[in-house]
Design a protein around this ligand. Structure first.
Ligand code: AHR
Length: 308
């Protein structure tokens, strides 16, 4: 999947009579808004009857929404799981009702893999590795110890866990880079800014870099750094994940140093998978999105192409 090009690639010209229930995470980030738009637009394009519900970052609410889809007898359920754990009971109910489940954007941890049919999304561990590699390659020789503040995404969510794992894996071989503190910013601008403000009050100029699990928190951190009287991108390096348009602008103005792409435009692939399931076709268990990374030099070219 590259950008929105998959929108034109639907290989079925015939409309499939399909009701799809989708339980979204919430409205926490620019990524999420783009993901929501992509799903709604792709369903409309394919003439799919989409029941779209928003769980507002609350797992209990997301479970209740999924139960509602089971009661309605939808053809396919898709959801972007708020956290990795705690899905067995509701997914067993979906399985017992004969409703296939597609995991969109985030994976889950369950012992029985037959509780879900397919996952479409990113490799979060690799995203974390890519972020760490930039720091290693660009900061290794600048000081004896490089002090990093990590702004984590929602606790227990697949992207927060995966991005931490991949980042730490690379740092293990580079002991001069160390995480001073990991703080949860819940993938939001507001909490990212608040957490960075607190970190600066504690560590001040000892902070060399910020690793934010998404752009929204990074942009919050940039504001906190400026309000503290330092120059983001220069006094403190800032790296993030998603590579939304706002992040590309921050790269271009040299306040952000690096962003790892996480593609939210999953709607077309999701609709194709749901239609295939309705038609009794086999679909791949995992479809991993191919993604890029962006430096300050690369941002300007990409801004023109970015739709979100
Ligand atoms: O699951 C993907 C993550 O969720 C995005 O990187 C983040 O911005 C969002 O909230």
């Amino acid at each position: 999947l590259k950008g929105e090009s998959a929108l034109t690639k639907s290989d079925s010209d015939q409309k499939v009579n399909l009701t799809l229930g989708f339980a979204q995470v919430g409205n926490e980030s620019e990524f999420r808004s783009a993901n929501t738009k992509s799903i709604i637009a792709a369903a409309e394009k394919e003439g799919i009857d989409l029941i779209f519900e928003n769980a507002e970052n609350n797992q209990e609410k997301q479970i209740a929404i999924i139960k509602g889809f089971i009661d309605k007898g939808v053809d396919v359920i898709a959801f972007s799981p708020i956290v990795e754990y705690g899905w067995e009971e509701v997914l067993q109910e979906a399985k017992d009702a004969g409703i296939p489940v597609i995991l969109s954007d985030r994976e889950i941890e369950v012992e029985d893999p037959s509780l879900w049919t397919s996952f479409i999304g990113s490799d979060f561990v690799e995203e974390g590795r890519r972020a760490a590699r930039w720091l290693v390659n660009n900061m290794r020789t600048s000081k004896e110890k490089i002090n990093i503040i990590e702004l984590e995404g929602t606790k227990g969510s697949a992207p927060a866990l995966g991005r931490k794992e991949g980042f730490n894996e690379i740092l293990r071989d580079n002991p001069n880079l160390q995480v001073l503190e990991s703080l949860s910013g819940d993938f939001t601008f507001k909490k990212g800014k608040e957490m960075m403000k607190n970190a600066l009050l504690r560590y001040g100029k000892d902070v060399d870099a910020v690793y934010a699990h998404n752009d929204d928190m990074a942009i919050g951190a940039i504001e906190a750094i400026e309000e503290f009287g330092l120059k983001p991108g220069n006094d403190i390096k800032v790296i993030s994940i998603d590579a939304t348009k706002k992040a590309l602008y921050a790269l271009s103005s040299e306040k952000l140093n690096f962003s790892v792409e996480c593609n939210p435009l999953l709607g077309p692939q999701l609709m194709k998978a749901a239609m295939d399931l309705k038609q009794g076709k086999n679909i791949p268990m995992k479809v991993i999105t191919s993604e890029e990374t962006f430096t300050q030099e690369e941002a300007n070219k990409e801004i023109k192409r970015r739709s979100y």
